[in-house]
Design a protein around this ligand. Sequence first.
Ligand code: SF4
Length: 306
Amino acid sequence: MRGTGVLVLTLAYDCQQSCVFCSENEGLAGRHPSLGLEETLRILLVKRREGVKTVFIGGGGEPTLNLHFPKIVEAAKRLGMRLCVISNGLRFADAAFAGRVLPWIDEIVFSLHGDTADVHERVTGTPGSFTRVAAAFRNAAAGARALASMTVATRLNWDQIDRIVCRSLGESGARTCYLSSLSPEGRAGEKYEELVVPLAEWRRRLPSLAALAASLGGVLKTRLLPRCVLGDPRMDFSIPAAHVVYRSLVNGRSELVDCLELETHDQKGQVKTARCADCPHAAACSGMFARYVEAFGDADLGIVAA
Ligand code: SF4
């Protein structure tokens, strides 16, 4: 089978938060059950045989809401796979839970959308979530192999973005701070034009944010930005071509889908424009979301030095 060494696995279709940017909210409306233990172990065994070495668990719903999460991460690690888990962090506020699962996880990424409860919970729509993710970072700082934060930048938190980077790489103890641009899907699609941070703003602030991260001993990475806005390609974080396993409605029934994405996992609805015609980075760039270009034009796209 034509393959890739990466598996993206969605374990659960439920969440304790209701983030303003949630791209998956429609799939979380009780339409799908979590993956069962036996079917997940079977998937891991088959994918391991097909050459998968790295597993990303996240996307869809909050993976720790799958009752079998501890056994699944243990099994993946025992099969010799490298495991990255993206979580809202709420269950990791429980020190016993964190202690049970962290030894099996190579990189844990917690959502951090504000430097204060006010900003974070404005984004998550969930009172108490800031206190709990702060506890999760404390628990993980002691036991995680690699600890990172993920912030979805919107106009709700952009004014505080430097303080969020400081919080992530300072007292939260993360070593990598992921900043994601907004994807016009799900709930974010309803207010995309209101929420999205303009590309000109990203371009203006990224160099100083990267310098800030370095001064704190950490690394800044970004998702879903065109190369001409990103500048330094080392800042790009895209999940590469991957086996993707998730549930989807097929003829009104929840079915397990197992497919191979040959482009990067993050390519969904981006376009290139006439301004990309002679760009030396076109082959390595996904362009920008069509919805953004329709709303704001393409004046912020442009050729950068090779
Ligand atoms: S000009 Fe177009 S192809 Fe080149 S980096 Fe920008 S968006 Fe990507």
